[in-house]
Design a protein around this ligand. Structure first.
Ligand code: IPE
Ligand code: IPE
Ligand code: MG
Length: 248
């Protein structure tokens, strides 16, 4: 299934998918391996899923790679994550962005080591000319911090905001809201992720640990999304009427 073969109208296919990539540590532990091994496998899986999602016709994919809260983890684990970025981020992102996808990093990158920040900034610059499709990598990201930052931007500019103009001040400014938020790793929580943007997203929870979340699992999440009715506060009858009018 992809965007063009989806039965019925295209609104049943998600334009923006966001993924909370959870479970790397537990996946490794079950294999009696260090957590860093789980993060390495998780990174490989992330690239595979991104390629698959763009092949299917998704326009935006946001991946939650490191939260502001994760910065409290042991220095050794964080250093392992930064090493992965140093070694692979630029090359892997280039591979995906070459399809005409723009990279944006969401988060307070000033909290990251200087050399890591530079790698991220260089990767973003390399894809800066692309429009219409995007990968967002949330790194040192916290949704509350993002909202507070946006509020302060508005105050500094002396602006009174609307829902739309406020959304433009978030890291995701200018992008469509996520339609589908997937969380792997068996937890059912949002962990400070896209609180403003996901106000009307559909949620899909998988018990699989992130390194074992396959392309077929993503297909299943998208199929499940297609079976849901997004009512946006209206009644079923109103929604059916709107669908009918769209078709004529
Ligand atoms: C998610 O996997 C990746 C990051 C937060 C960096 P975890 O590291 O949270 O894995 P678990 O939840 O301990 O299994
Ligand atoms: C959420 O995972 C953040 C990422 C996937 C990067 P965590 O594993 O850190 O979430 P909590 O803290 O257990 O909710
Ligand atoms: Mg976790």
């Amino acid at each position: 299934m992809n965007r063009n073969t989806t039965e019925g109208d295209k609104s049943r296919f998600p334009r923006h998918i966001a993924i909370i990539m959870d479970g790397n540590g537990r996946w490794a532990k079950r294999r009696l391996m260090p957590r860093s091994f789980g993060h390495r496998q998780g990174m490989e899986r992330m690239i595979g899923l991104l390629e698959h999602a763009f092949d299917l016709g998704v326009d935006y994919v946001t991946v939650y790679a490191l939260s502001t809260e994760n910065l409290q983890r042991p220095a050794e684990e964080l250093e392992g994550l930064y090493q992965l970025i140093r070694k692979h981020f630029r090359e892997y992102m280039k591979k995906i962005c070459e399809r005409g996808v723009r990279l944006r990093v969401l988060g307070d990158t000033s909290l990251l080591p200087e050399d890591v920040r530079k790698i991220i900034a260089d990767s973003e610059a390399e894809s800066a000319e692309y429009r219409g499709r995007g990968i967002n990598v949330a790194l040192a990201y916290g949704s509350r911090a993002e909202i507070v930052r946006a509020a302060n931007l508005a105050v500094m500019r002396g602006e009174t905001v609307t829902e739309e103009s406020f959304a433009k001040l978030l890291y995701t400014g200018g992008q469509p809201d996520p339609d589908l938020v997937i969380r792997t790793g068996k937890e059912r929580r949002i962990s400070n992720f896209l609180l403003y943007q996901a106000a009307y997203a559909e949620f899909y929870f998988s018990d699989k640990m992130f390194p074992e979340f396959s392309d077929a699992d993503l297909d299943e999440a998208i199929a499940e999304y297609g079976r849901r009715t997004r009512r946006f506060g209206k009644t079923d009858e109103q929604c059916r009427e709107e669908e009918k009018n769209k078709k004529v």
